[in-house]
Write a protein that binds this ligand. Structure first.
Ligand code: ACO
Length: 329
């Protein structure tokens, strides 16, 4: 066999709020237009959590669906890993709240802060945990309530983000399918191009930080765009090279859903035809760490991701962080 596997995905699930925020809704809030948003981002609508709905609620819902498919009980879970930058509280980890919601009493639970790459960083850790032989059942989640840190007075950012969660169960491979290879990297030099300044040790919460709107996402859009195009393209092509995989062998590319132009550029870079690229940025916007697991579960539900398909995941996010995972589903 061409590839060797240590772990495989045995369950997928996703959860998004019912409330839809359309481009027409945004036209009433800020000086923008449906045409501008569609042309520049490919987005038409995104989901927004109602007041009182928590990141851990969406994550727990997605996790239950993934566990149902994998046919495992919460008590079987060894580890819960959650990629998020919008946890329920600053600490403890949202993973611990999810553990409690699920009654996964035997699990160790922790969060990863890698912005949009959080889910792929989580998959990388889980794959290596399983390869070590120490753990057998790992729940990896990407979940965000970005609407809670989005400034709806800033048209440059508020049109981009949405809420949601996606989850995967990883178990030891049966030898025929699973994760082929993972890659992750960061560039902390560019950290302040995309960040939330308020609420940490640099600018602890105060009346002043609230007045200066520091508890919202700040982004240098064009610089982020350029870095995203380069690093996602690099990560995708390097992964194909390292695994001696041709574009023809690849069945599906599921990229982080940040912007249709970034997705198109990534596909062009590896010369992949559009039919092999999964896109749902039009319906959910950018859900950061949740975007790839939501897309995986939706692609599976739509019959776009089938058993034995070879699928490439690639992400880019604040930090900057970037990551790629190749797997046979
Ligand atoms: N509606 C109308 N006009 C707008 C809007 C809007 N919503 N937003 C910005 N504009 C205006 C700007 O003010 C500017 O006007 P000006 O020329 O008069 O100054 C003009 O449109 C062009 O602005 P740019 O920022 O140059 O637009 P650009 O083509 O770069 O698109 C965008 C902006 C969509 C944000 C793009 O830069 C992008 O997608 N960047 C990457 C974002 C991203 O992926 N972020 C997430 C990374 S993942 C994570 O970790 C969360």
């Amino acid at each position: 066999m061409k590839y060797q596997f240590k772990s495989m995905i045995t369950g997928l699930g996703f959860s998004v709020p019912d409330k839809v925020l359309t481009n027409a809704d945004l036209e009433k809030i800020v000086d923008t237009s449906d045409q501008w948003i569609v042309e520049r981002t490919g987005m038409r609508e995104r989901r927004i959590g109602e007041q009182g709905v928590l990141t851990s609620d969406l994550c727990s819902d997605a996790a239950r669906k993934a566990m149902d498919e994998a046919k495992i009980d919460p008590g079987d879970l060894d580890v819960i890993i959650v990629g998020t930058v919008t946890g329920d509280v600053q600490f403890p980890s949202t993973a611990c709240y999810i553990q409690d919601n699920l009654n996964a009493v035997n699990a160790a639970a922790f969060d990863i802060s890698a912005a949009c790459s959080g889910f792929l960083y989580g998959l990388t850790i889980a794959d290596n945990f399983i390869a070590s032989g120490k753990y057998k059942n790992i729940l990896v989640i990407g979940g965000e309530m970005l609407s809670r840190i989005t400034d709806y007075e800033d048209r440059r950012t508020c049109v981009l983000f949405g809420d949601g969660a996606g989850a995967a169960i990883l178990q030891p491979s049966d030898g025929t399918r699973g994760i082929v290879k993972t890659f992750m990297k960061s560039d902390g030099h560019l950290a302040d191009l995309l960040y939330m300044p308020g609420g940490g040790s640099k600018h602890p919460a105060s009346n002043e930080t609230v007045e200066k709107r520091l508890h919202y996402i700040k982004m240098a859009g064009q610089e982020v765009f350029k870095a995203a195009v380069k690093s996602m393209g690099d990560a995708a092509s390097q992964m194909l090279k390292d695994t001696k995989t041709t574009t023809k062998e690849l069945d599906l590319l599921i990229p982080h859903q940040a912007n249709i132009r970034i997705i198109d550029a990534t596909a062009r870079r590896i010369r992949l035809p559009k039919e092999k690229v999964f896109i749902n940025v039009d319906r959910y916007g950018n859900t950061s760490a949740a975007s790839i697991p939501i897309a995986m579960a939706e692609a599976r539900d739509m019959g776009r991701l089938k058993h034995d398909d070879l699928c490439l995941l690639v992400s880019f996010g604040g930090g900057f962080t970037f990551s790629a995972v190749l797997f046979k589903y």
